[in-house]
Ligand binder design. Structure first.
Ligand code: ARG
Length: 388
């Protein structure tokens, strides 16, 4: 019997997929990845089995997600098209890796996913899986199966008694994990329309957010966040905690029209409170401890890192090389940043580090000044000389 491991979310598409493969004579093993989407995994597991999966794997990958994917991207300062913290994009290579792992364990010759042919996720899953195992077969039926609309899928699900709840039909397509939430479709498909307030789940409406600012301090060691307000947190709880604090203050909403790899422009709304806070904080620390040339050079590397991640190239050599580069960049980004969160804003209030390059005696206009201004005369002349 042909065996296939399916990345299973519990939604309509992947539930229909279990049945669809079963009808084509496959033994279907469902894989549920817990990347912090906060769902009821026990009932999703039950649903997979009730629909026809012969076995279910449900793995908690949250820690691995934060440590090996989120933190490296944070250290790289990777923001796709200057706005998107890549929450969804970062989870895909992780899921793909475990999908292949399970396939090997189960001696399955193929893996499957429920991505459409229009998105980025198909690329991220497949490129990663093939880089790990070039021989693995990948089947993505949503790109070619017989159902043209969601209603046809619902009909199929009903006729096959697939236990999915399609009663409260949301007009949106939503992807959530520990590091953020992405919302598209429905009214959002018109880029001129302001997103309705009810699409948000992680962030409070700014009008209802506290009328007084919330201060939060974050301690970093070599570019990795370790403490919030002086208290140490493990990676997963640190992100959860910052999502809470930021969300309450409406921090982390992003509305963007982005360029998908397949050539389509799409309008996406993101909520990423923790990511917004961490990027802002680490950037401020970098401004304090990094020299000018490093600071500027790393911008280009950050952009490249974001593109590679977005475009499904997380596992190629260049990304690993960039990780090594960013590890050296962060040799001294150890210190504390104090931020002020207020009705959607996240601004810096203070920063300190034992590796600070800031020299008060150089910057000051007061009595402590040791800067020899006479030297500037010659410096400025020479600086402009080539252009005279
Ligand atoms: N545009 C984002 C990406 O490609 C998120 C994709 C999933 N979005 C969604 N709303 N289902 O990484």
């Amino acid at each position: 019997m042909k065996k296939i491991v399916l990345a299973y979310s519990g939604g309509l598409d992947t539930s229909c997929l279990i049945k669809w493969f079963e009808e084509k004579g496959y033994d279907v093993i469902a894989f549920i990845a817990d990347v912090g989407q906060g769902e009821d995994f026990t009932s999703i597991k039950k649903r997979a089995l009730a629909t026809g999966a012969s076995k279910v794997y449900c793995l908690n990958l949250q820690k691995e997600f934060v440590t090996d994917y989120v933190f490296p991207a944070l250290k790289a300062g990777a923001l796709y098209e200057e706005k998107y913290n890549l929450a969804c994009a970062l989870s895909r290579p992780l899921i793909a890796k475990h999908l292949v792992d399970i396939a090997h364990k189960e001696k399955a010759h193929a893996i499957a996913h429920g991505c459409t042919g229009k998105g980025n996720d198909q690329v991220r899953f497949e490129v990663t899986a093939r880089l790990i195992d070039p021989k693995i077969e990948i089947i993505a039926p949503v790109r070619f199966w017989e159902f043209k609309t969601r209603d046809e899928e619902i009909e199929y699900a009903k006729s096959k008694k697939i236990p999915v709840s399609v009663t409260k039909k949301s007009p949106y397509s939503i992807d959530v994990n520990l590091y953020g939430r992405a919302i598209e479709c429905g009214v959002l498909e018109d880029p001129w329309q302001e997103p309705p307030e009810d699409i948000y789940a992680l962030t409070e409406n700014p009008i209802k957010a506290p009328n007084k600012p919330t201060y939060v301090t974050i301690d970093f060691v070599k570019g990795i966040p370790q403490k919030i307000d002086g208290k140490a947190y493990a990676p997963v709880t640190l992100i959860q905690k910052l999502n809470q604090i930021g969300g309450k203050n409406s921090v982390g909403r992003v509305d963007m029209v982005e360029n998908r790899l397949v050539g389509i422009k799409s309008r996406e709304i993101y909520e990423n409170p923790a990511g917004t806070i961490l990027y802002a904080a680490l950037h401020e620390l970098e401004c304090l401890v990094l020299d000018r040339e490093t600071m500027r050079y790393k911008q280009a590397a950050a952009q490249k890192y974001a593109e590679l991640t977005y475009n499904g190239l997380w596992c190629i050599p260049l990304k690993t090389q960039l990780d090594s580069y960013f590890n050296t960049v962060h040799k001294n980004t150890t210190g504390t940043v104090r931020l002020k969160l207020f009705k959607g804003n996240c601004t810096v209030a203070g920063r300190k580090s034992k590796y600070s390059r800031y020299k008060e005696e150089m910057a000051t206009y007061g009595e402590k000044d040791i800067f020899d201004q006479k030297q500037s005369e010659g410096f400025v002349k020479l600086w402009g000389m080539p252009f005279a």
